[in-house]
Design a protein around this ligand. Structure first.
Ligand SMILES: Cc1ncc(COP(=O)(O)O)c(C=O)c1O
Length: 447
């Protein structure tokens, strides 16, 4: 695949061969000919190797919620690596793992106070699905092994998350999928275009779950997994009443509800979790990304006391759950997470994000009427700007916006023909204005 670029000139003569890094979710053949590199970062700003400044409109990849290069996190990582670089957490542990689990459980929805550590959002997805299966087995309902995701959902790229995910491109090349998976419809309705915040009419939409239950039988269904606000597909905000109704239906049928809060956790929607913001408590809640401010890979699943106790108390003496990772609660990640939580709390960043939300919404919707814009969606400090695709070239228009904005000093993210925005929560009103003005400017002279 890379042959045609192997001979292309390197970015600068002293740089490594660009062909050796097979980049994830990247058009490698294009990138290797047109590399865009980031060399350093602080606060709201990335810098390229040539020293150009790029305003971060995406918190890296939805993860640097407290802004880049926070000294307290950097120090905590350095100190931890020098003190205890690694400790196994299989039949051993280190004190900070318990401290972090306690701190996390304090900001999770009430009752979700048992924490299982992973290293990424994908691992959190698969962990939560496996815990759901283990729970039903432990209570004598092992026939409940069907998993229900949602069209346009994203739960990472491992086999479990891929199967319950609903983004066609991520699935169709991999025909070995988990059996027994079904999907709800996504919540996007063209008639809701340009809605500010949540559209109306969610409860009726969630009733579709009753139809799936009628089809398969509740006795076969282990869990429903959704992102409270779908992020990666281009920011789909749950219509009013949708999550509440999913909760009612799952509870009535003994089905576990999993919220994948890998994006929405840690302040992105103006609260510690979207669960808190929407007032809907799932049985399991997946985290990653903002847990360490993106500095060290880490993820976690917050599990309800009931689910945890059911599995642990019914197990034969010995290991209760045959699942885990070498790096679960890695000491360096744990130190980074503790320092990150400290900043979130000390600086009141979740409340700050909430306070900025109206301003963010107004700025996002200023793009209504800009060329090619067919929808603007927003919630918390997330926004999706949907463009009409170029005939015969889906995604090309938004990709050009991404490249042009980068070259003009603003980092945006695109998925299909949707521009997805999620700045660090420390963003200022002036920086918000700069992000949307830059996009507007690029759109104005775009074919
Ligand atoms: C909701 C959700 N779940 C899971 C993931 C996967 O996370 P990771 O890339 O850390 O595996 C993502 C990544 O964007 C996500 O948005």
């Amino acid at each position: 695949m890379l042959e045609d670029v192997a001979g292309s000139p390197p970015l600068r003569s002293n740089e490594a061969d660009l062909s050796t890094f097979w980049m994830p979710f990247t058009n490698n053949r294009f990138f290797k000919k047109n590399p865009r590199l980031l060399a350093s970062a602080s606060g709201m700003t990335y810098r390229t190797p040539d020293g150009a400044e790029i305003l971060d409109g995406t918190a890296g990849l939805w993860c640097v919620n407290a802004g880049h290069a926070r000294a307290e996190i950097v120090d905590a990582i350095a100190r931890q690596a020098a003190t205890l670089d690694f400790a196994p957490t299989f039949q051993l542990a280190h004190p900070q793992a318990f401290e972090l689990a306690s701190r996390l459980s304090a900001i999770m929805p009430a009752g979700l106070d048992r924490i299982f550590f992973t290293n990424s959002g994908s691992e959190s997805a698969d962990t939560s699905l496996k815990i759901a299966l283990a729970y039903h087995l432990a209570r004598g309902q092992g026939g409940r092994n069907r998993l229900i995701g949602r069209a346009r959902g994203y739960h990472g790229t491992n086999f479990g998350g891929m199967a319950v995910g609903g983004i066609g491109g991520n699935r169709k090349g991999f025909q070995t999928q988990l059996p027994g998976v079904d999907h709800l419809s996504h919540t996007y309705r063209p008639a809701d275009a340009f809605t500010r915040g949540q559209p109306a009419g969610g409860a009726a939409m969630a009733d579709e779950l009753e139809a799936l239950i009628a089809l398969h039988g509740a006795h076969t269904i282990a869990a429903v997994i959704v992102e409270p606000v779908a992020g990666s597909t281009g920011v789909l905000v749950p219509p009013v009443g949708y999550l509440e109704r999913l909760r009612e239906i799952t509870r009535a049928h003994g089905i576990l509800l999993i919220f994948d809060e890998v994006i929405t956790g840690f302040g992105r929607v103006g609260a510690a979790t979207a669960s808190e913001r929407f007032g809907v408590t799932p049985d399991l809640l997946n985290m990653a990304k903002g847990i360490t401010n993106g500095t060290v890979p880490m993820g976690a699943v917050a599990v309800s006391r009931d689910v945890h106790d059911t599995i642990v108390n019914s197990a034969e003496p010995g290991i209760e759950l045959f699942h885990g990772y070498t790096y679960s609660a890695h000491p360096v990640a744990t130190a980074a997470a503790l320092a990150t939580l400290e900043i979130y709390e000390r600086d009141g960043l979740f409340a700050h994000a909430r306070a900025l939300e109206d301003h963010w919404e107004t700025a996002a919707h200023s793009l209504r009427g800009a060329p090619h814009v067919v929808d603007v969606r927003n919630f918390g400090l997330m926004a999706g700007i949907e463009l009409a695709p170029r005939p015969g070239a889906p995604g090309a228009r938004a990709m050009e916006v991404f490249h042009r904005c980068f070259d003009e000093g603003v980092l945006v993210r695109v998925t299909g023909d949707i521009i997805a925005l999620s700045p660090p929560l420390i963003v200022t009103p002036a920086q918000i204005a700069r992000i949307f003005e830059q996009i507007g400017k690029v759109l104005t002279d775009l074919a």
